[in-house]
Design a protein around this ligand. Sequence first.
Ligand SMILES: C[S@@+](CC[C@H](N)C(=O)[O-])C[C@H]1O[C@@H](n2cnc3c(N)ncnc32)[C@H](O)[C@@H]1O
Length: 357
Amino acid sequence: MQMTSFRKIVTLGRQSLLPGNFHHSLLMVTATRWFIAHSPQVPSYPNTLSSLVPHWTEILKKGCVADAEINVEIILLYMLKKSVRGNLQNEDTDSGKVSLLRKSYHQHVSTEFISEVNELCRKRAQRMPVQYVIGEWDFRDMTLKMVPPVFIPRPETEMLVELIKTSDHLSREDEVKFLEVGCGTGAISISLLREFPKASAVAIDSSMDAVNLTIENSKRYHCQERLKTYHHHLDTTCPEFLSVLPRFDFIVSNPPYIFSKDMCKLEPEISRYEDHRALDGGPDGMNVLRKIVRLSDYLLKPSGMIWFETDSNHPKMIKEWLENEPDLDVKHLNSLTDFNQRPRFVQLCYQPSSELS
Ligand SMILES: C[S@@+](CC[C@H](N)C(=O)[O-])C[C@H]1O[C@@H](n2cnc3c(N)ncnc32)[C@H](O)[C@@H]1O
């Protein structure tokens, strides 16, 4: 799996939507810390990064920002990367970033550089997610543009892409057609289009900001020709623009899935800055998910798949729901776990009764 990015350590506030769900790739950050701790003990002169890190770390800690030092380092790396863009071949690799930070740590930087770092750190101190502060974030092998309030892709979603990529029913050479419901930044659709060079996709989102961002990110990765993006709020009826299209091989969605009662428990980074319509899945977190399943008769080819990312309670709930809905031609195939061994992904299969007889 391609989950080695330096930035993957930090997602939002205390990491992802699920409590305690830390991403594992702490290694690069730990390595940077080691380099810094073991670099020659030069005093912290003003106008050097070595003076900015402790200064802002202290302020962020006081503001209860989790992983304060890492956040400051991410902001510094972003600024350094911006200022050396074009001069460093490997600045986008983890080791490139670490060595860039190490090399620059005790060097003098301009007052403009420092005032921009201060501005960005101030935003972070107000609990703006670091992804919005720097306006970009890594997803698998891509760096996508991030704009508030469009939902910031979480590391678990990389697993969802990986599961689809490695599933038995798809091959890289297939001319698959898929639909994504709720595309956000476009992370899932763009990744899949890059994995399946002959695939094409339709991505919909009820937020115009998300639609615009998906289009922009798809252009960044040169797959806009294969991705049709629509501003649409999926409800109980199949919209005409979808019903006239050929049926899809699969539907993928990371729908809003937080139980409404849990919305008040979110970290300030999420509750203040991200679109609540991207998060709140209704009383049982399954409002949008159910709508997608109920529309499979109009959208999917026989034996077509539905892939969901969900809350860890949902795989069991979805299985039970489908067992109690014999009229639905959708069957539960698999529930799969994330890197913390929590059931987080569901694979369903559309099997119309006419095809079975
Ligand atoms: C959890 S975010 C997922 C975004 C992106 N796919 C990702 O994984 O990073 C859910 C997205 O669904 C969109 N959304 C919510 N309800 C929707 C609906 N009924 N129809 C279409 N999109 C919807 C939200 O605007 C949001 O962008």
